[in-house]
Design a protein around this ligand. Structure first.
Ligand SMILES: *[C@@H]1O[C@H](CO)[C@@H](O)[C@H](O)[C@H]1NC(C)=O
Ligand SMILES: *[C@@H]1O[C@H](CO)[C@@H](O)[C@H](O)[C@H]1NC(C)=O
Ligand SMILES: *[C@@H]1O[C@H](CO)[C@@H](O)[C@H](O)[C@H]1NC(C)=O
Length: 284
């Protein structure tokens, strides 16, 4: 059972309690110029709709030569890499660059919504009581086939937030950095490299992390208690995937994709490591 980024409006007292404690501030820039607070909009997950734009040309990804054979595991909803900090070490920050996919209704699947979420995160695998994560999601609400694209963050089990004022388009490249300052505080930075938008969310009072799992994942998300249909999506490459360890700096050891466990979703998604530092998840 993996962590989900389900909306929290549920009945769980623990979630409400956590929500009451967690606080955050947001700042944003476009091409380095501050965006006025009045133009920044975050909304609890599910109620927001982001603007949609046309497909755009993509940066050329780094060379990719060799597909590696990693340990694999099967999940109902996670497809991607999870690595673990060495014993006695904790993760300070996680970093990843990925391309938000183009999504379509999955052939033969008639349940809605259908969605696919790409994100980087800390914990949620071997540490099951908290997960800090941020990324993008594409969602098809109904048979219209209309796809919505959103950026979001969540500190599970607290609520998920859609960054409604951040544009997301298919094929845009995003850079995510989750930089913890303690087990309960972190700075989340999500940048649309294609569009120049950068959002920084500073969170305190989050559910306690162990800071031991480094995750780069494409998820079949839950909406409420229901596992969404898994939309079909174009390949998601994670690049520059690394996690810095506390006490490390400069050339200090990092945790990356190298050797990471590769979660697969039987019949709908596969994931593999390439060249020590890249990972691709693809729809089956
Ligand atoms: C289908 O989803 C689209 C996109 O969210 C929405 O605009 C439209 O109203 C929905 N149609 C129905 C019939 O619910
Ligand atoms: C991460 O946060 C620390 C403070 O905890 C700060 O010194 C450092 O510059 C940050 N790193 C990045 C990449 O933002
Ligand atoms: C994301 O950034 C790229 C490059 O700056 C830009 O072309 C694209 O329009 C941005 N996406 C949105 C939705 O603004």
């Amino acid at each position: 059972m993996r962590w989900t980024f389900a909306a929290l409006l549920g009945s769980a007292l623990v979630a409400r309690h956590a929500l009451a404690e967690l606080t955050f501030t947001v700042s944003a820039t476009r091409n380095g110029v501050p965006i006025p607070q009045s133009e920044i909009k975050l909304v609890p997950f599910e109620s927001g709709h982001s603007r949609m734009g046309p497909d755009r040309a993509t940066p050329v990804p780094p060379h990719r030569k060799t597909r590696r054979a990693n340990p694999t595991a099967v999940s109902a909803n996670w497809c991607g890499s999870v690595n673990k900090a060495p014993s006695g070490k904790q993760i300070k920050l996680i970093h990843g660059v990925f391309q938000h996919p183009t999504c379509t209704v999955r052939s033969g699947v008639t349940t809605y919504p259908q969605a696919a979420a790409a994100w980087a995160g800390i914990d949620g695998d071997t540490w099951t009581s908290a997960l800090l994560q941020s990324g993008t999601v594409c969602k098809v609400d109904n048979s219209s086939g209309i796809v919505r694209h959103e950026a979001w963050w969540q500190w599970v089990p607290s609520s998920s937030y859609t960054i409604a004022s951040m544009p997301v388009s298919p094929n845009d490249w995003f850079e995510v950095t989750l930089n913890t300052s303690s087990t309960t505080a972190a700075e989340i930075t999500i940048t649309n490299l294609s569009q120049g938008y950068a959002y920084t969310i500073t969170v305190t009072g989050g559910p306690t992390l162990a800071r031991q799992d480094a995750d780069w994942v494409v998820e079949r998300p839950y909406y409420g208690a229901t596992l969404a249909g898994f939309a079909s999506f174009t390949d998601v490459w994670f690049e520059q995937a690394y996690a810095d360890l506390i006490g490390g700096s400069g050339g200090a050891p990092k945790v990356g994709i190298l050797g990471a466990k590769q979660y697969q979703i039987t019949g709908s998604c596969a994931s593999a490591e390439w060249d020590d530092e890249h990972q691709v998840s693809w729809s089956l």
